[in-house]
Design a protein. Structure first.
Length: 611
């Protein structure tokens, strides 16, 4: 028994209790309180092991310095009553008090009074206030580095803890706390988008001083320009025709990564000071225009001690590019050493706002099942279904707003079924057919050349800077389309696969040849690609589904080794007819499938099939 909530063997350990991370988002503060208990009871009966929910600062602070956590101003705000129901339903809770929560909430949950303080607001490279990316988030964004902002956050956290302390582990159901939400300055953390406010510039100068150990000559060499003093160094700004040295750009990008980790670590210290020493901490990452930049999964994990994951959404209909993003994220988590690869927000249903008109079809129950099935097949050991129960501005969740199962209940089945089959299988990643080089300097070059969600794909510099990164993205998509599972090698680290491996180097990748020579010297195979097609080179055979001897497209088959034998996860998001067979490399006989068509299936392969 431990006195803290920890991750062990792919499970959450709370004292003597082991809990799979199968969470569901229930935003009680948007629901009639009479529906809380039915929703919780239904969730517990159907395999959900954790409830996840936000606390909205702007709702609970009913006047400056005055808070309602008991429902005096609105019965939906009775946090303690909701947590008591969670305890009675034996459902642990992940609480997410922001301070920014997004959640389709005006101001992203920030109180209006905070956003009117212009002195707290982040600035872009033109000294303009940073503004959120889309209604209802077209609000000024506070600077994470401003000391007054952090003081305000601590006051909010103090009010939260004064309310929920009796419900925190080990005395109550709250076992986990999320640090902020999709930390990215409201998706505006592009190269020149934020944060050029005075506290951020001061922190950058201090960081540069330490990075170069007070050696101005070393800084001048790295930046290819003389510098007068560490007190006057400036981050790069939007190009105006003059060359910006890569060293200066890379230092600014790295600083932004470090500054985000430091901000989240500061939030964790606040929570621990207020009573959260025993809790598990979590961070959810937004999908950036350039993957893992500037907010690095590995750096956030190390800097905060939290379990970290990337949120995942898609616009119907589900396609190969959506599955490829899941594959990329799962491989990133493995490369980062994540002890529990998970998805903090796995789309379940779809957002709907009053008066909204869309030009895409509604999701279907089978499509949502395939979405979850692909996440499980690719190696995610946990997820938070967002949403679990419908509420205002949301439809097609597994449960209706009244807490009764909807046709979309099948969305949770792939993860629940695997945990019930063998929870130890959750900690076993799928076998990878190939490894792909992930060279961060190529991503940095792309990051310096694109905009943000507010200004998508705006070219700040030579658009050619994105070429190597785009080729890397296209290689991963081609591998997913070919039904091949991949791992990623971060070229800043040693190449240490689980066995002899084939390493693919995408077109244009600038990884130095001496690094590849080291991989070759260790007995691995290295293949440089000259196009974005994974079929360009002879690759190891992958498990596949065949009809009449031909591989079925839009199908993913992964092999997960478990102590009981191998499991084949089959996910298909297309259509086919006729008898289908599963072929696993080096297995003696193909397996005839008893189900065909669009959907998810798990097949036991015993005895173990060497792959």
């Amino acid at each position: 028994m431990t006195d803290r909530v920890v991750v062990q063997d792919g499970l959450l350990r709370c004292g003597d209790r082991a809990v799979p991370l199968i969470a569901g988002e229930i935003q009680f503060w948007r629901m009639d309180p009479h529906t809380w208990e039915p929703a919780l009871r239904a969730a517990a009966r159907n395999g959900i092991t954790l409830v996840s929910t936000y606390l909205s600062w702007r709702r609970h602070e009913i006047a400056p310095g005055r808070y309602d956590f008991d429902g005096a101003s609105d019965p939906r705000l009775n946090v303690r009553a909701f947590l008591q129901l969670c305890a009675e339903a034996d459902l642990p809770v992940q609480l997410k008090p922001g301070p920014w929560i997004c959640a389709e909430e005006p101001g992203g949950g920030y109180p209006d009074r905070l956003l009117t303080r212009t002195d707290l607001i982040a600035r872009d490279d033109q000294d303009e206030p940073v503004v959120g990316y889309n209604p209802p988030f077209l609000h000024p964004v506070p600077s994470y580095a401003h000391p007054d902002y952090l003081t305000e956050v601590r006051k909010w956290f103090t009010a939260v803890w004064d309310s929920i302390r009796p419900y925190a582990y080990p005395h109550g159901p709250v076992i986990a706390m999320q640090l902020d939400n999709e930390p990215s300055s409201c998706f505006q953390d592009s190269m020149y988008g934020t944060d050029y406010s005075w506290p951020s510039i001061a922190a950058f100068r201090d960081w540069i001083r330490h990075r170069y150990d007070d050696d101005l000559d070393a800084l001048a060499c790295a930046w290819d320009s003389p510098q007068e003093s560490f007190e006057t160094v400036e981050p790069p700004r939007r190009p105006t025709g003059t060359h910006t040295p890569p060293g200066r750009q890379h230092d600014w990008i790295t600083f932004k990564t470090e500054a985000t980790a430091d901000y989240l670590a500061a939030l964790r210290r606040m929570h621990e000071d207020l009573g959260g020493e025993a809790l598990l901490y979590t961070v959810n990452l937004v999908t950036h225009p350039v993957h893992d930049v500037p907010v690095s999964h590995q750096r956030i994990r190390v800097g905060t001690g939290a379990i970290v994951g990337e949120d995942h959404y898609y616009i119907p209909p589900l396609d190969t590019a959506d599955i490829a993003r899941l594959a990329r994220s799962a491989a990133t988590a493995r490369a980062a050493g994540e002890p529990l690869p998970w998805i903090p927000e796995l789309q379940s249903g779809i957002w709907r706002s009053p008066g909204e008109h869309v030009d895409y079809p509604e999701p279907t129950p089978r499509e949502q099942e395939v979405w979850t099935g692909a996440a499980v097949a690719l190696g995610f050991a946990g997820a938070n279904f967002y949403m679990l129960a419908d509420r205002e501005n949301w439809e097609h969740a597994p449960y209706t707003v009244a807490g009764t199962p909807s046709p979309f209940i099948t969305a949770i089945h792939p993860l629940v079924d695997l945990a019930e089959r063998d929870h130890k299988a959750l900690s076993s990643p799928p076998l990878a057919s190939v490894h792909v080089a992930w060279h961060r300097p190529d991503a940095f070059a792309a990051y310096a050349s694109v905009g943000t969600s507010r200004v998508p794909e705006t070219t700040w510099a030579d658009a050619g800077g994105t070429a190597a990164y785009r080729a890397w993205e296209q290689t991963l998509t081609a591998l997913t389309a070919a039904g091949m599972v991949f791992d990623l090698w971060d070229t800043a680290t040693p190449f240490t696969p689980r066995a002899k491996a084939t390493l693919l180097v995408p077109p244009g990748c600038t990884v130095p040849e001496e690094k590849l020579d080291e991989v070759l010297a260790d007995g691995h195979t290295v293949r440089r690609l000259h196009s974005n097609s994974a079929s360009e080179v002879r690759l190891p055979a992958a498990p596949r589904i065949e009809v009449d001897g031909k591989r079925v497209s839009r199908t993913l088959v992964t092999i997960r080794p478990t102590p009981r034998g191998d499991l084949a996860h089959i996910v298909h998001w297309g259509s086919y007819k006729g008898p289908a067979v599963l072929r696993v490399p080096e297995a003696t006989e193909p397996r005839t499938l008893d189900r065909v068509g669009y959907g998810v299936q798990v097949v036991e392969l015993t005895p173990r099939s060497p792959v």
